[in-house]
Design a protein around this ligand. Sequence first.
Ligand code: DGL
Length: 260
Amino acid sequence: MDNRPIGIFDSGLGGLTVWKEIARALPDESLIYFGDGKNCPYGSRTPEEIRQFSTEAIEFLLGKACKLIVVACNTATAAAIDYLRSRYSIPLVGMEPAVKPAALASQSGVIGIVATEGSLHGELFRAASSKYADKVRILPAVGEGFVELVESNREETPEAVAVVRKAIEPLLEEGADQIVLGCTHYPFLTKAFRQVIGTRKVALINPAPAIARRVEFLLSQNELHAEPGRQATRTFHTAASQDYLDKLIAKSEQAKQMDF
Ligand code: DGL
């Protein structure tokens, strides 16, 4: 038994879509969420900058005695996970570009993946894509402006629908029947995605539940589970302002209510 908390971090609010799944799957585990906020978005930052921000987040969470840390950001995973694993011995869980489930489920043989520029240029995406390249056509698209919509609580606006349409309509026109949400902010835009998809038979793939299962597996493997039935805590921190922290806490409530 190990009652120390699990740490979760992201550039901002997006990692709450992963936090929500972990909180649901592991109610006895205390969670500490760190949403950078100050340096968000990471999408167009250099890998060196992202490694620096990720190191700061990990140091913060280690200072809170975390037993396992989830890099709940595809962009930070792409730029920094190998570097972080080489520096820290604590179990680290990164985001996976969910190409495999999309490729296996596709009937049309075409899948779309929407992510930040940084994620799509990363080695993880290249490796996952080349593994399935002979089975499906993989169409990448940058979610231009998506993170900004979520960070400013504008997901349910006509503007959000227009921004999502611009990115995914070309994928739909090419026959994609699976769209991978390759950035942890994007599940907050599910309604806008569905509005653009309309009556077309297209599935959205959110990798967050699989990440929660991975956390559970690592807790078991390393005998790190907390005592069953204990009072778990959920706390939130940021490198930005008190206003940002208030927004983060409000967004965590929204994440809990949302059906991603
Ligand atoms: N939530 C992030 C991701 O999963 C990062 C978005 C950003 O800061 O650009 O990629």
